[in-house]
Ligand binder design. Structure first.
Ligand SMILES: Nc1nc2c(ncn2[C@@H]2O[C@H](COP(=O)(O)OP(=O)(O)OP(=O)(O)O)[C@@H](O)[C@H]2O)c(=O)[nH]1
Ligand SMILES: [Mg+2]
Length: 192
């Protein structure tokens, strides 16, 4: 059993060449800016301020490594789909992630997050195609489920089916209902 409460921030880095050297398995968290990546880390670890969150998109700008129970890293990535002050963050994100994916020897699982009120965007689909093509295990995590009703949930499920997402790979999370995270914790354990 993994004790998710036993979590520590290890480091932030713009580049995987400066990733921690210990070589624990890695679980990468990606998704559109503001989807709730950093919040998911805090919810999984039941800590309020382990990862920094913000209501303003574009908050996380580096790869952040959190060591969980001395067993694996959760890696918080910057979000995509957000431009600020004429700076193309998506290009930076693309570069950082290309570099990450081609050098991550210990990557075991990718969690791709999708806001329950939205549909999969071009960036999400690119990442899904990439992990599928490279046989990297992934789960699609539908976030902020406290914000949608049953009807909206089933519409989203239909959309995911149309996009050929295997229902076995889909999980739900809400930072307001921590019990929703138990299934995700078990799924992470299984993948490691
Ligand atoms: N109601 C609700 N709000 C959430 C949930 N998850 C995240 N939020 C809110 O959504 C906003 C963005 O959350 P973050 O965790 O900072 O999002 P992020 O994906 O890390 O964003 P970037 O670092 O900018 O890419 C914050 O205001 C969170 O409080 C959830 O499950 N339910
Ligand atoms: Mg963040």
């Amino acid at each position: 059993m993994i004790d998710f409460k036993n979590a520590t921030f290890i480091k932030s880095t713009p580049n995987i060449s400066e990733a921690p050297k210990e070589g624990y398995p890695e679980v990468l968290i990606v998704g559109k800016s503001n989807v709730g990546k950093s919040t998911l880390i805090n919810s999984l670890c039941t800590k309020k301020r382990l990862a920094f969150t913000s209501s303003k998109p574009g908050h996380t700008k580096l790869l952040n490594y959190y060591l969980i129970d001395n067993k694996f890293y959760l890696v918080d990535a910057p979000g995509y789909g957000y431009a600020t002050g004429g700076v193309d963050l998506d290009a930076l994100f693309g570069e950082m992630m290309e570099n990450y994916f081609s050098n991550a020897k210990h990557l075991k699982l990718v969690l791709i997050l999708l806001d329950s009120r939205r549909k999969l965007g071009v960036n999400d689909l690119e990442i899904i195609d990439y992990v599928k093509a490279n046989n990297i295990p992934y789960y699609l995590i539908v976030t902020k489920t406290d914000k949608v009703n049953q009807k909206e949930k089933s519409q989203l499920l239909k959309h995911l089916k149309e996009e050929n997402i295997d229902a076995n790979n889909v999980y739900y999370s809400s930072s307001l209902q921590l019990r929703s995270l138990e299934a995700i914790k078990r799924a992470i354990e299984k993948a490691l």
